[in-house]
Design a protein around this ligand. Sequence first.
Ligand code: ZN
Length: 253
Amino acid sequence: MPLGRLLTLPILSAASRGNINIQNLMPTLNHLFANNRAWAERIRSEEPEFFRNLSRQQVPKYFWIGCSDSRVPANQITGLMPGEMFVHRNVANVVPPADLNCLSALQFAVDVLKVRHVIVCGHYGCAGVRAVLHGYRLGLVDNWLQNVEDVRQKHADQLAELGDEVQQFDRLCELNVIEQVASVCAAFSIQEAWARGQPLAVHGWIYAVSNGLLCDLGLCVTGRRELAPAYQAAVAGQDDPLMPAALIGHVGL
Ligand code: ZN
């Protein structure tokens, strides 16, 4: 008897006795397929060769490292089409120096795709950052969030000077981006790219879920020697006009 038949037999048998609702066992998510067909049709109507051209190659200029948060979809908030942005997302947009997943995506983006810009984008109201700030215990993800805890400890003095808890939350979201930009810049593939003269800029941005706006943290590194001064200015730059916390508010969670 085929394996599939063996697997379905107990379910059908139970269902036939009226104990189990088959629909609940096999959710089909038809609305997502309907959305997909409508989206693909709309794209084709606007540009008939779009998918055919896209199937031949991808030549994105940008590599995005962002949070997995469902409210921060990279292509949507930057108005980019498929093929224009290479994307890596994880909880709290961190770039651990020993994370093979993130570093492999970075190396592929830089060495193979030859992206011109690496964008580390955090966001205000990040649940991962909030968990660190408040010492919440969430489970396995606590191990991952140790990367953000390291950022919090490193900048504990600056955070302590911000009496308001909301300001601390916003600032830790920003500092986390700054530290991850430094981590990207220290990565072997980035260092090698700069050493051979490949044009490559690393940016630190933050996104406000509360108003849908991106903001540049004023941190942009295009070579080895730029990192230290740019990093120090960004860490010290609470009053920099590019620093958005006071200008655009936070998500208020
Ligand atoms: Zn987040």
